[in-house]
Design a protein around this ligand. Structure first.
Ligand code: SF4
Length: 425
């Protein structure tokens, strides 16, 4: 790591943090980044010189472990530790030490508007000031490596970053409106690759659905995306360990398309590089796609060089609730899918199937009771694979009032159970 200190800026051109994303209360740092520190803020840039994190170092910043993170979709998300950072804090609800506060409406239990906090907003002002100072420093004598970094930061100004997020959507065909909850294991840092569009059900409760009918992409389209994505991510590819096969029901795309796309991406994106963690493969699946999937798919997924997470939208095992939320499924199909999920998790070492259930004020007690019963009686092995995610309905008012119910479900569940926060890329 080489450091320079022109104009009271501490510049580290390239800092190597652990490649593996650890779950820790502090600090949240991984991969290779450039860093610039002023007396009051720390700014991190990815290997393309794009701003990635801003963290306040002054005593007015809300908490030393909190920070602003810019996503590849160009959203600024504020990571808060919540009211308490102990074992019964955010970690017990989300399985992570941080609650991502999103700059757009979602289904979060905790409505935290970070825009209303002047100290956090000062972080953005400090970023603008740093950019202006770096622009000015172009005329000054600075070491070549620091100069190269400064120039790539300057080239990635706000308009360029916005344009790049549009470009990413153009490559994959549409914006990823929701990420699987399991992508929390890589801090939501995934490379998206669309292998299908649309979904089977078009449920009325869903706030992220697309209007398209389910259709798998062609092999040519997928190969073209991989090549464009490789160019798009450039040097920063090495900071990724997660691949998301999109979109809402990639499991329905079939064994050949899923496994071949994952393999192509593995070599194109350099996931095989020595010293890196085992990469993660994420996909969504519907109940019918799971029930239709044969053993061959799971055998082949289990032998891929990934740890695979398949997230299934189960929603409810109570028939009137399925009708109420407009999910065109029979509750026996949901129960069958749940059993298959448990079975796959027990058999395959490198596959983890997780399931989502809805919760909300307007849902009946029968729904809540049937869910508790299902999770209480689940016959699971001791390795605790296959998290259950509870997804608050977006239109459910007073979401905080759901916490006692969530607690009751968690206490009775034999499977790790967390809240699902809907996030886009
Ligand atoms: S919940 Fe899943 S299946 Fe239903 S509309 Fe939304 S994306 Fe499609």
């Amino acid at each position: 790591m080489e450091s320079y200190s022109p104009n009271n800026l501490a510049i580290s051109v390239e800092k190597q943090h652990p490649a593996k994303i650890a779950k820790a209360s502090f600090p949240l740092r991984y991969g290779k980044y450039s860093e610039i520190r002023t007396s009051e803020y720390e700014f991190l840039f990815n290997l393309n010189g794009e701003i990635k994190f801003i963290r306040g170092l002054n005593t007015r910043w809300p908490h030393p472990a909190e920070q602003l993170k810019r996503t590849d979709g160009n959203d600024w998300v504020y990571y808060t530790v919540g009211d308490k950072s102990s074992a019964d804090g955010i970690i017990s609800w989300l399985g992570e030490y941080y609650l991502p506060c999103l700059p757009y409406p979602s289904n979060s239990i905790w409505e935290i508007n970070y825009f209303a906090n002047p100290e956090i907003m000062n972080g953005f002002a400090a970023w603008s000031q740093l950019y202006a100072n770096l622009y000015e420093s172009k005329k000054e004598r600075v070491h070549t490596k620091a100069k190269e970094l400064i120039s790539s930061i300057i080239n990635n100004h706000d308009r360029v970053l916005l344009e790049r997020s549009r470009k990413l959507n153009e490559i994959i065909g549409e914006r990823v409106s929701v990420l699987p909850p399991d992508t929390r294991h890589v801090d939501y840092e995934i490379i998206p690759l669309a292998i299908s569009d649309g979904c089977l059900y078009h449920c009325s409760f869903c706030c992220v659905k697309s209007a398209r009918k389910f259709q798998a992409r062609s092999k040519t389209n997928i190969i073209e995306q991989i090549s464009k994505l490789k160019e798009f991510y450039g040097r920063n590819l090495e900071n990724y360990s997660g691949l998301f096969l999109g979109n809402h029901d990639a499991l329905g795309a079939g064994v050949e398309l899923i496994c071949n796309s994952a393999k192509e991406a593995y070599s194109a994106f350099g996931f095989e590089k020595q010293g890196k963690m085992t990469p993660f493969l994420f996909l969504f699946g519907s109940v019918h796609s799971l029930l239709r999937s044969e053993d061959e798919l799971f055998e082949r997924l289990d032998h891929l060089p990934y740890h695979t997470f398949i997230n299934i939208g189960l929603e409810s095992c109570d028939a009137p609730t399925l009708a109420q939320i407009g999910k065109p499924l029979d509750n026996t199909e949901v129960l069958e899918a749940f059993d298959k999920m448990v079975e796959i998790n027990a058999i395959y070492e490198n596959i983890e199937v997780t399931g989502n259930f809805v919760i909300g004020k307007g849902l009946s007690d029968d729904h809540n009771q049937s869910l508790k019963e299902l999770l209480r009686n689940a016959v699971v092995t001791s390795n605790a694979k296959g998290t259950i995610y509870l997804s608050p309905l977006k239109d459910s008012h007073k979401k905080r009032e759901l916490l006692p119910l969530i607690n009751e479900i968690k206490e009775q569940s034999k499977i790790p159970t967390y809240i699902y926060l809907i996030q886009r890329l």
